[in-house]
Design a protein. Structure first.
Length: 283
């Protein structure tokens, strides 16, 4: 396939572009030059450079303003980058005869729905988003734009969980219930290119040992659940002096992506414990 990847110099986009380039012809677009960037350009100005791209089979849209930009960029900036650019890229995809459009979305858009009270929140595609800031709002608006394409092409939104470079102990605990490795995010995008059917949205996160029935206990006595579900992990953490969290407030469930896309995260907590860290881009 001939695939346009936006945001190809970013944390996620560079990983996605590298993964797809192993099997496909990838054209990377970003505001800055980088290894996987073929065209330095703004997605908002797609009308000015689309003639340089020609026919494509798919667009994988990872470019966006993100949560760290909140309070540093205006609401109008967020709407232009996250909503208007998505709309223009969708038009380009349809006009170029693309069969697939994949948008990199975020579990952040669940917003206030992630606030735990008497139990940990079980986060899957059935949980209703409750955006709490302009980032959440615009990513949800972009998802709805993508879904509105209907049957014109296969469109998919991937709501990825936490994927920041963080201290080893923090990252390792998060991989149990609300984090994911960049390589697994990239693999999910590759798998989404193989699906056909109506618009779909998937939660993409690391494999969790927990079940929905654990949610109440996770909120108030996480060590007991951890000892029951993954005692070897608890023991390994203890040997490193890493404290067990007293409470876990949410669990991300990627089982729908597993069933429908064949998504199986391979770089979870075991990779973290083994020191198998994904090299991060320089920017």
């Amino acid at each position: 396939m001939r695939i346009l990847v936006t945001g190809a110099a970013g944390l996620i986009g560079s990983g996605v572009a590298a993964r797809l380039a192993a099997q496909h012809d990838v054209i990377g677009v970003d505001l800055v030059a980088d290894t996987h960037v073929s065209l330095v350009a703004d997605c908002l100005e797609v009308a000015q450079w689309r003639h340089r791209i020609g026919e494509i089979d798919a667009i994988v849209h990872t470019a966006a303003l993100h949560a760290p930009h909140v309070n540093h960029r205006s609401d109008a900036d967020f709407r232009r980058a996250n909503v208007d650019a998505t709309s223009r890229l969708l038009d380009f995809a349809l006009g170029a005869g693309a069969s697939h459009f994949i948008m990199t979305s975020t579990t952040s858009l669940y917003g206030h729905a992630l606030e735990a009270k008497d139990r940990a929140v079980w986060v899957d595609e059935q949980l209703e988003p409750q955006p709490r800031d302009i980032y959440d709002e615009t990513k949800l608006q972009a998802e709805r734009l993508v879904a509105s394409v209907g049957s014109s092409m296969t469109v998919t939104s991937l709501r990825m969980s936490r994927c920041f470079p963080e201290p080893a102990n923090v990252m390792t605990w998060y991989r149990l219930h609300r984090g994911i490795d960049r390589r697994d995010v990239a693999e999910a995008h590759a798998l989404a290119l193989g699906r056909n059917g109506p618009p779909a949205t998937y939660v993409i996160s690391g494999a969790t040992p927990f079940s929905r029935g654990d949610c109440e206990e996770l909120r108030f006595d996480a060590p007991a659940v951890l000892e029951r579900r993954c005692p070897a992990v608890v023991a390994e953490m203890a040997s490193r002096g890493w404290h067990v969290p007293r409470s876990i407030d949410r669990v991300y469930d990627s089982s729908l992506a597993t069933r429908e896309l064949g998504f199986t995260p391979r770089h979870g907590i075991e990779s973290c414990l083994a020191g198998d860290w994904d090299p991060q881009p320089s920017r």
